[in-house]
Design a protein around this ligand. Structure first.
Ligand SMILES: NC(=O)c1ccc[n+]([C@@H]2O[C@H](COP(=O)([O-])OP(=O)(O)OC[C@H]3O[C@@H](n4cnc5c(N)ncnc54)[C@H](O)[C@@H]3O)[C@@H](O)[C@H]2O)c1
Length: 350
């Protein structure tokens, strides 16, 4: 049997706990430390029999992990990731890779300087639904991409905002949720050329937005829109439809609609709409459209992401979402925030 890779999780909050659970059930990983100053994290470490550290410096020096998961608040990602790389550990850092492009660049540079891989936690790319969607779009079944419509609407409960960083700039649904949608749009349709947006904090009144409407232009010429609100009693959201995170009850809905000249694809139900018979130039809205729905095997994308992380460290697979790739997703997402703040058309920074 292969050796288990020593891994540590830094930040044992909502998503850190998912990583801890998946690490504990992995045949290829051995959880050697949890680093998080909170009492809840110390308790979790006790309950799982894992050495606990208040900070990542002491943890890196004593536990000497070969891999770490960084699942701390956004603004801390860069410093912690750089420290881990410099201590010789490969990094799986949660999205967003950082909260500024300068910090994201520091992670890219440290990965290059140390020769150690960085994987960024855009876990949807590891979901069989998204793999199949990429294969469908890549096969040309949609024809020329013309538009994409994305809904990201749901209701975050009041106590979600007890953590101060979630009420402050950078902690809202654009950088927390829409970044996943933008990453998926980039994954399927390619680079984003420019964006315009409106944002509103009218319902909660926090510094951070609770609702936004975004228009995007892709380099391939397609246009897109995103409607996001975390104060809407609504199910139209990739996470609720995909069943990706067990903490959310699954809804039988689609939330992303990719349209092309030859067909269109609704996600996460993987519904492909096409004309079955070819009427040449006469084809049009009076002809019946047929829908094929592909059922894929369910796989936990967080577990699959960790499997891939091990393969990446062992040099057996190329990164599904590298630091550079996540840098571009962050650049497009920050462009949305910038466009909303300035009421201007913004092009993502290179
Ligand atoms: N990929 C996903 O599905 C997903 C889902 C949720 C959150 N996230 C991302 O994960 C990160 C954490 O989000 P969350 O919702 O779990 O937050 P959270 O507030 O629930 O947890 C953060 C944890 O980090 C700890 N922490 C803070 N500073 C630390 C430090 N310097 N060293 C060690 N621990 C520290 C806190 O005590 C807390 O336990 C964010 O970047 C978020 O965007 C990703």
């Amino acid at each position: 049997m292969s050796v288990r890779l020593p891994i540590a999780v830094i930040g044992a909050g909502v998503i850190g706990r998912t990583h801890i659970e998946r690490t504990l059930s992995s045949e290829r990983l051995r959880l050697v430390a949890i680093a998080d100053p909170s009492a809840a994290a110390a308790e979790l470490a006790r309950a799982t029999g894992t050495p606990h550290f208040d900070d990542h410096h002491a943890m890196l020096a004593q536990a000497k992990p070969r891999a770490v998961v960084v699942a701390t608040p956004n603004a801390t990602h860069a410093q912690i990731s750089v420290d881990c790389l410099e201590a010789g550990a490969a990094v799986l850092v949660e999205k967003p890779i950082a909260d500024t492009l300068a910090d994201a660049r520091r992670i890219c540079d440290a990965s290059e300087a140390t020769g150690l891989p960085v994987l960024v936690g855009h876990q949807r790319r590891h979901n069989p639904i998204v793999r199949k969607a990429a294969a469908i779009v890549g096969s040309g079944a949609l024809g020329r991409p013309v538009s994409v419509t994305v809904m990201c609407t749901w209701l975050k409960p009041r106590d979600y905002f007890d953590a101060a960083w979630r009420r402050q700039r950078g902690g809202g649904p654009i950088l927390i949720n829409v970044i996943h949608d933008i990453d998926l749009m980039r994954h399927l349709y390619g680079e984003i050329d420019s964006v315009q947006a409106f944002a509103s904090n009218a319902v909660r009144g926090f510094e951070v937005e609770d609702t936004a409407a975004v228009a995007l232009r892709f380099r391939n010429g397609a246009l897109g829109t995103i409607t996001v609100s975390d104060t809407a009693a609504a199910p139209w959201n990739y996470d609720l439809g995909s069943g990706e995170a067990q903490r959310f009850p699954q809804q039988d809905i689609n939330a992303h609609f990719y349209c092309g000249t030859a067909g269109s694809l609704a996600l996460p139900q993987l519904e492909l709409w096409r004309y079955r018979s070819d009427h040449g130039p006469a084809q049009g809205w009076q002809d019946p459209l047929t829908m094929e729905r592909t059922a894929v095997h369910t796989e936990c994308p967080y577990a699959e992401q960790l499997r891939h992380f091990v393969a990446l460290i062992e040099g057996r697979e190329a990164p599904v979402c590298s630091a550079q790739d996540a840098y571009r997703t962050l650049a497009a997402t920050l462009a949305v925030a910038d466009a909303a703040a300035t009421a201007r058309l913004v092009q993502p920074s290179a």
